[in-house]
Design a protein around this ligand. Structure first.
Ligand SMILES: O=C(O)CCC(=O)C(=O)O
Ligand SMILES: [Fe+2]
Length: 354
């Protein structure tokens, strides 16, 4: 995309948090040191993935995003996600809170359900803007297919390491069952200097599902460094995806895997003069999956759960309910006070928040 030509590099004089770099090719070859590295990253704060082979589809998706965001706002609003807890569709800037006080977010994005992309020209969940439809077959479906393949590989490796029988995690995320899995293209307008970092583009959150496969061009993503209250930028590396684990993996694993807190703030220094585009594929469990530790399928998870306060990750909710609760309560139109924000939280909070 032309907008990505000549972007200023991420500044060298800003502290960043290095993520472990995992080589997807080596994971496919079942290379043990690489699997160990993936496990370490997944129990701490996520990782960069190289050699994932999705670059071309990522570029095409950014084109789709640019075409969609340049539609008139009233056209985009016909496909808005609404206030009932559905994620699929368009989200306008300022539709979500970024914190307890109800500060508005600054990003707009388009979410396309995995189910709609795979069923196209059929429909499972909803309709999309013409710019999405025009690329559903050529761009969106190939991106979804490749992202699913990457995430299934990661799930298989993590499942084995968790002591789960082969296919156990995949069964929570089948291709066929409707789910909240989706592709998201995000645009944040230029936010040049002088704007406080505290005016987040996307507020602090853990991801809602299982695995997020994220592609960034500019800085702006920050992670809360484990064991501290400190935010640090993650430096985007060309051709490397950023992979985060979401709440569902923390819950299924009885807390062994970690869904790290992150947020998006204006890109640093000169990068703040440019539009920030990012793209994510979120793999989420099937709608009917009950979010609870898979202790009965793995002695390793059972042992981890035995050390936790009783019922810590027994959410008593399905993936569909978990996801709708989080989406719905961050919508600014649903806000009644700080309690709405608290009701949108995930595994970073106590079980009483479920
Ligand atoms: O834009 C980014 O870098 C991250 C986006 C994100 O965290 C999300 O959409 O969940
Ligand atoms: Fe996220």
């Amino acid at each position: 995309m032309a907008a990505f030509a000549n972007l200023p590099p991420f500044p060298d004089d800003i502290p960043t948090h290095p993520l472990l770099v995992v080589d997807y090719d080596l994971l496919l070859k079942k290379d043990q040191p690489e699997i160990d590295k993936l496990w370490k990253a997944a129990t701490e704060l996520g990782f960069c993935l190289k050699n994932h082979g999705v670059d071309e589809e990522v570029n095409q998706m950014f084109e789709m995003g640019a075409e969609t965001m340049s539609l008139p706002l009233d056209e985009k609003m016909k496909y808005e996600q609404g206030d009932e807890g559905m994620s699929f569709g368009y989200k306008a800037a300022g539709a979500n809170a970024t914190d307890e006080k109800g500060t508005l977010d600054t990003v707009e994005f388009i979410n396309v359900a995995k189910d709609d992309a795979l069923a196209w020209p059929g429909k499972v969940h909803r309709d999309y803007p013409p710019t999405v439809n025009a690329r559903m077959e050529s761009t969106v479906r190939p991106f979804v297919e490749k992202s699913l393949a990457v995430n299934y590989t990661l799930l298989a490796v993590l499942g084995e390491r968790l002591g789960l029988p082969a296919g156990a995690l995949e069964r929570q995320h089948t291709r066929e069952e409707p789910s909240g899995s989706e592709a998201r293209c995000i645009k944040n307008p230029p936010r040049p200097g002088g704007i406080s970092e505290e005016r987040a583009a996307i507020g602090a959150h853990t991801d809602f599902g299982s695995l997020s496969f994220l592609h960034n061009r500019l800085g702006g993503l920050q992670v809360m460094v484990p064991g501290t209250n400190e935010w640090q930028y993650v430096r985007p590396i060309p051709g490397h995806a950023i992979c985060n684990l979401g709440d569902a993996m923390t819950i299924f694993s009885g807390g062994l895997l970690r869904s790290n807190l992150h947020r998006v703030v204006p890109p640093p220094k000169e990068q703040g003069y440019y539009e920030r585009w990012s793209l994510v594929f979120f793999t989420r469990p099937g709608h009917s999956a009950i979010l609870r530790p898979l202790s009965d399928e793995s002695p390793i998870i059972a042992e981890a759960v035995a050390k936790l306060p009783s019922g810590k990750y027994d959410t008593g909710t399905t993936s569909k309910e978990w996801f709708a609760r989080r989406i719905k309560n961050q919508r600014i139109k649903n806000r009644t006070g700080p309690e709405t924000w608290r009701a949108s939280r995930g595994t970073e909070h106590q079980p009483s928040a479920y």
